[in-house]
Design a binder for this molecule. Structure first.
Ligand code: HPA
Ligand code: ZN
Length: 334
């Protein structure tokens, strides 16, 4: 079948990619060696064993234990630059034209890595990728839901100069969803608004219920939702999301690996979202952990639903329209 490559290839935009989630086992082991870090052998024995473990995550929190541990090898500016550039190089081959990249500042500053090392390093790698491959990029900080609200407030305040410089364009929220309803973080988003963060998004409804997507959109006033998967359980909500043009960043392969759709991508509500006119993009989330980069996600969706070309064009165009890039850049991509 048609795979979106061939002539007039689809222009893919990615809006849900954690840069720390692109840390491939090979780079993890190499950086550990370079920095003389002794990896915890109960988690990290060999690369093949680690890859096998990544195929058997029980849920989001099981994955997060690995995701948060692996970052220990990211220490200097060069590491962050290399990580970001490796991602750009990899997705260039996939026909990616625009990337909005998440990072978790608290996960690094909490280990004693300076915020400037993280942001400047990532920016350097992304810029190099922009120059070499013509992919446009933006950086979005996420605060982590597993740490106290106070810590998130500090992380947002500390980001202010980088937002003013335009190095970071927005705020998201990720990590453990269980026992962390969106309403808990209202003050964090209020602060981001006070500090003029241009863009706001939030992971919501990945493991949590439709009602939490409601809270995100209606109570917190956030009009992009990362995952938003369980919104599909509530038809009324879907109609509201369509009306408001709330944008969902779906992650099909992530959902399989984290047991949201344990039997496969065919369990995803993508056809329902299309039918209801809810806008979304397809994304890789944490490609080093979930078995595929952006094109693999598109191909998995195509294998599950066999959409006609017209549907694929619509999905790709919605991805361009929903991007947080300039109108001039959108026109270039359309
Ligand atoms: N959900 C929550 N936190 C995350 C994810 C995710 O899919 N990926 C990286 N951190
Ligand atoms: Zn995510």
């Amino acid at each position: 079948g048609w795979d979106g490559r061939g002539e007039r290839p689809l222009k893919r935009c990615e809006h849900h990619i954690h840069i720390e989630g692109t840390l491939e086992p090979k780079m993890l082991f190499a950086l550990a060696e370079r920095h003389n870090i002794a990896l915890d052998s109960s988690m990290y024995s060999t690369i093949p064993a680690l890859e096998e473990r990544y195929r058997n995550f029980a849920n989001l929190d099981d994955f997060l234990a690995y995701f948060n541990k692996a970052m220990d090898v990211l220490l200097d500016e060069e590491d962050f630059a290399a990580l970001a550039f490796a991602y750009m190089q990899r997705v260039h081959a996939d026909g990616l034209v625009h990337a909005e990249v998440f990072f978790d500042p608290q996960a690094h500053t909490g280990r004693g890595v300076a915020l400037s090392v993280v942001v400047n390093g990532l920016k350097k790698g992304l810029k190099q990728g922009e120059l070499e491959f013509g992919i446009s990029t933006e950086l979005i900080m996420c605060f982590v839901k597993h740490l106290p609200v106070e810590s998130a407030l500090e992380a947002v305040a500390e980001m202010k100069p980088f937002v003013e410089k335009g190095d970071v364009i927005g705020l998201g929220a990720d990590s453990s969803e269980k026992n962390n309803p969106p309403s808990k973080f209202a003050a964090v988003y209020s602060l981001a608004r006070e500090l003029h963060f241009p863009r706001l998004t939030m992971h919501s409804g990945e493991e949590g219920p439709a009602d939490w997507v409601r809270q995100t959109v209606f109570d917190l006033g956030i009009n992009r939702v990362d995952h938003g998967f369980h919104a599909a359980d509530d038809e009324k909500l879907l109609e509201e999301l369509a009306r408001r043009e709330t944008f969902l960043t779906l992650c099909p392969l992530s959902n399989v690996r984290l047991q949201v759709t344990p039997e496969g991508v065919h369990q995803s509500p993508i056809p329902l979202l299309l039918a209801k006119g809810v806008k979304f993009s397809l994304n890789s989330d944490d490609p080093a952990y979930f078995g595929g980069y952006i094109l693999d996600n598109y191909l998995a969706v195509h294998a599950a639903f066999n959409f006609p070309k017209s549907t694929w064009r619509r999905i790709a165009q919605n991805g361009i329209d929903g991007s947080w890039c300039s109108d001039a850049r959108k026109a270039e991509l359309s």
